[in-house]
Design a protein around this ligand. Structure first.
Ligand code: SF4
Length: 357
């Protein structure tokens, strides 16, 4: 979509909390700083995040500098994708020297961060069967050496281009997430120390991790999903979906005259929200889980408890596996099938092999 089209869409929206650029590779857009600037001016997001494959160091750093100058009132989080040690990362990505270039980009962005109060620089990793046995070495690399503002470690989801990637071990995932929590609790890592409400946001992320783990371990619905109600995914062609995973297109913004609110109020959007709510749709999508907890008042006492636990140095390994669910609702029969019917999954979606940012 052109900048003019983006401006028209943004003009039809009110203020938003968070804008996330994912890929493909967002920095391939030469006009990314101006794109972000339009959203900054129109939507005033608190946070704007960008996932990058880190391949073009100079271009990424230059664009980030321009973007920061264009978005002075928004916290900008840049996450460099790192899916394993060098051989594994380059194998998953299919790009020779990708690992080396990503590390170089990460270090350059970190230098930039020293002079940019609204920039955070993190690492994002998709946990999968190919990298699950090198997580201890990844921990040394990321936590001890790279020291990012955040290590966003997500369990593989959706349909990977290589199905074997999806056969990841949940117990191994729980173990590395626990080590990560300990690193935050001990101060070895600091969660976006310059981000607004960082302590609260990190406590919510901890609760999100616990909820994702329970979803994985029980294969059942844990909390209502607000995708299609409080969040949306917009493709490069203007197609609107409730999330990255569910194969229910709400409409196209070009067809709707670039009027997001009109599309959001139309029957198709209402039907999608009804489907998500009544089917008790569930998945492990961390971004959506995070929103689901942030806007669910039932989660607040547990977020506050997480803040206290972090202060006390608690971790996943010292907590019972059977954590109480946020919504003790029985699993609707159709919910089990929600994300197992192939037709319902937009393929390929965020997975190590398909998420190239
Ligand atoms: S539960 Fe997952 S797949 Fe279902 S609507 Fe929410 S984010 Fe999408």
């Amino acid at each position: 979509m052109s900048l003019d089209e983006i401006d028209r869409i943004a003009a039809s929206l009110d203020r938003v909390l968070w804008v996330a650029f994912t890929g493909g590779e967002p920095f391939l857009r030469k006009d990314l700083p101006e794109f972000a600037g339009i959203l900054h001016d129109r939507l005033r997001p608190v946070t704007l995040s960008i996932n990058t494959n880190g391949i073009q160091t100079d271009k990424i750093v230059a664009a980030t500098e321009q973007l920061l100058a264009r978005c002075p009132d928004t916290f900008v989080g840049i996450l460099c994708s790192l899916d394993g040690l060098q051989p594994t990362h380059d194998r998953i990505r299919g790009v020779p020297r990708n690992f080396e270039r990503t590390i170089e980009t990460f270090r350059a962005l970190k230098k930039l961060r020293d002079h940019a109060p609204n920039l955070g620089v993190g690492i994002t990793t998709t946990f999968c069967s190919w990298n699950q046995d090198e997580m201890d070495d990844m921990f040394e690399l990321v936590v001890r050496d790279l020291k990012p503002d955040n290590w966003d470690l997500s369990f593989v989801r959706g349909q990977a281009m290589e199905p074997a990637l999806e056969l990841a071990d949940v117990a191994k995932y729980r173990r590395i997430k626990s080590r990560l929590e300990q690193a935050y609790a001990s101060g070895d890592l600091r969660y976006y120390s310059n981000m607004p409400l960082a302590r609260f946001v990190h406590a919510k992320e901890r609760l999100s991790t616990r909820t994702v783990l329970k979803t994985l371990e029980t294969g059942s619905f844990q909390t209502p999903c607000y995708a299609g109600a409080l969040s949306a995914v917009i493709s490069e062609e203007g197609d609107v979906y409730p999330c990255e995973l569910l194969n229910r297109k709400i409409g196209n913004l070009r067809d709707a005259g670039y009027n997001f609110k009109a599309l959001w109020a139309a029957d198709n959007a209402r039907d999608t929200r009804t489907f998500v709510r009544e089917s008790k749709c569930f998945c492990t999508h961390e971004c959506n889980m995070s929103i689901n907890l942030l806007f669910n008042p039932a989660a607040y006492p547990r977020i506050v408890a997480e803040m206290a636990l972090e202060a006390a140095g608690n971790s996943l390994s010292s907590r019972p596996k059977s954590l109480p669910g946020l919504v003790p609702a029985p699993l609707a029969p159709q919910a089990r099938a929600t994300l197992t019917r192939e037709a319902d999954i937009r393929a390929p979606v965020r997975s190590p092999a398909s998420r190239k940012s």
